[in-house]
Write a protein that binds this ligand. Sequence first.
Ligand code: A2P
Length: 339
Amino acid sequence: MAFNKKQKYIVGIVGATGAVGRRMLTTLEERNFPVDRLVLLASPRSAGQTFSFRGQSIPVEILTENSFEGLDFALFSAGASVSLKYAPFAVQAGCIVIDNSSAFRMDKNIPLVVPEVNPEAIPEQPGIIANPNCSTIQMVVALHPIHARYRIKRVVVSTYQSVSGSGQKAIAELTTQTIGVLDNKDCVSQVYPHQIAFNCLPHIDVFLDNGYTKEEMKMVNETRKILGDDSIQVSPTTVRVPVFYSHSESVNVETEEPISALDVKKLLHDSPGIRIVDDPDKNEYPLAINAEGKDEVMVGRLRDDISKERAINFWVVADNLRKGAALNAVQIAEHIIQR
Ligand code: A2P
């Protein structure tokens, strides 16, 4: 059975009050997604809140097992436990789920999609589609054209991830701590195990038995699944930095075929979803503050690896709440309704 095309669709956002959920709403609005009705869902804590969509005030409803009747799409961003519990009810109600949590990403029956990279993974009649981890999305948008032309053997990546990736409470924590430190007050850390203001934490998500964090292993496993190649070696270090929006990453790529930074610059310039910002003479390179609110993944500091043949380095920055989450989810929905 093929997807039932309509003029307009009833769309739900699960976790509508959260950092990503709010961007999902604005992304649907900005991109003029054909929304017939928007349903905002969150926990009982948010009862009574309203959000504006196309000039209309929309109340937040409490998420229940029956919230999905009549919905065409449900964009989930309320954490893995909420997705695990409620996504099956959405599918049961005939709704397509695009899930921003880690709940289903590595399930071999569930596609993990970045529309610029593997749109063919979206089935004719989708049930649940997983949205990858934010740090993985921006990296694979840049890696995909490189892999197609030069065959990637190994990637070494270090991330500089903003606090908005940990949600609204983390945004508030960085604000309060920054003001507090400048005021000589004691810092209270609730979201992170240590002070994040004026600090870098080499610790994102929980530590695993192999000494890597879950965030780091997401980058390893999701990269292989999205690029469809388990032979790619990925060596990640993920770091939380006191930046509000946009993730930055230092990426070293080693390839089978001879590669040069100059050729990759041209290749990525012509690749979808990428903007090259790379003019060192003018001090131009991708910056977190410039990526905020933008759709594209920005790539710069492209240079040959002076320590190794067939290897290059680059710096890649994207708005983690947009391309890293909300925009990628909406692009998946657009792909489904447009094909
Ligand atoms: P609420 O604001 O009502 O707690 P963030 O990632 O910024 O922390 O946001 C998480 C989002 O997930 C919020 O919208 C939050 O709603 C929602 N959420 C968390 N737990 C639940 C739950 N059990 N049921 C419904 N929504 C939830």
